[in-house]
Design a protein around this ligand. Structure first.
Ligand SMILES: [Fe+2]
Length: 263
């Protein structure tokens, strides 16, 4: 699996506080079946100033440590960018996009989306970037009105659900919203958003549950196919139909025939 949203770089946001914790988070990722991780430390004006000139050397140091400790994990650089009015121009200037792609992970104030939320996203898209909105299921506005999420698909915005949301880690309402969004095809990625607390990466449990309740293909799509396309800077469908495979209904005649033929 490819985890496109993590806070494992040490000491620069509210994620891993030190390098030992970062190494532990890399081990947890490998234990969860993750092969690639995008390091998306917060970029939040006035609080976390983390342009690529700061994050990249840290990521390279961590990648070297992974090699030294035989941790088979490939790291990629990125950021989780808090939307503000000057962000559209900062994405290019400060290299806040993911790896060498046009994809950029964004978030906004959870409890009070800014009034210019859609304008900012539009401006980002207009400049050629491909915004991926982090954990939309955690926004109260979306929880009470799923059509906001559906509308975003038509505005060239991809959506990333947190694995912890599916497991109830942010409360029942967020959990319900996350499952509904996946049901309705309002999800392109499932990622951990790990802040390196504890020894587990929640992506493992969430994908097991998703396989059980949906199918293995949905897991494949959200954790491998789409993330691989993202890293290759390939287009990803905004709107798609999430097919639920139903067992074939058999009529009485077919069942009787199969019984007689011993099938
Ligand atoms: Fe995050």
């Amino acid at each position: 699996m490819i985890d496109i949203h993590t806070h494992i770089l040490p000491g620069i946001d509210d994620g891993a506080p030190d390098i030992e914790t970062s190494v532990q988070a890399m081990r947890a990722a490998v234990d969860a079946g993750i092969t690639d991780v995008v390091c998306t430390s917060h970029f939040l004006r006035g609080q976390y100033h983390n342009p690529r000139s700061i994050t990249l050397p840290l990521m390279q140091e961590l990648q070297a440590l992974a090699r030294k400790h035989d941790i088979p994990l490939k790291l990629h650089i990125g950021a989780e960018v808090m939307l503000d009015s000057t962000i559209p121009e900062s994405i290019g200037e400060l290299e806040l996009f993911i790896a060498d792609t046009h994809y950029v992970l964004v978030e906004s104030e959870i409890n009070a989306m800014p009034v210019n939320f859609l304008d900012l996203l539009f401006e980002i898209v207009r400049r050629g970037w491909k915004p991926v909105l982090a954990h939309p299921e955690r926004y109260p506005a979306i929880m009470s009105n799923l059509s906001i999420a559906e509308d975003l698909l038509h505005r060239n915005v991809h959506l990333q659900i947190n694995s912890g949301s599916l497991l109830g880690g942010y409360g029942g309402k967020v959990q319900e919203t996350a499952w509904k969004m996946i049901e309705r095809g309002c999800a392109h990625f499932l990622a951990s958003d790990t802040h390196a607390r504890g020894n587990e990466n929640t992506l493992k449990k969430a994908t097991e549950l998703l396989t059980e309740r949906f199918d293995a293909y949905t897991v494949e799509l959200l954790t491998r196919i789409n993330p691989a396309k993202l890293l290759a800077d390939e287009p990803i469908d905004y709107v798609y139909l999430n097919l639920v495979k139903q067992p074939k209904q058999q009529n009485l005649f077919t069942r009787a025939r199969d019984f007689l033929l011993g099938r």
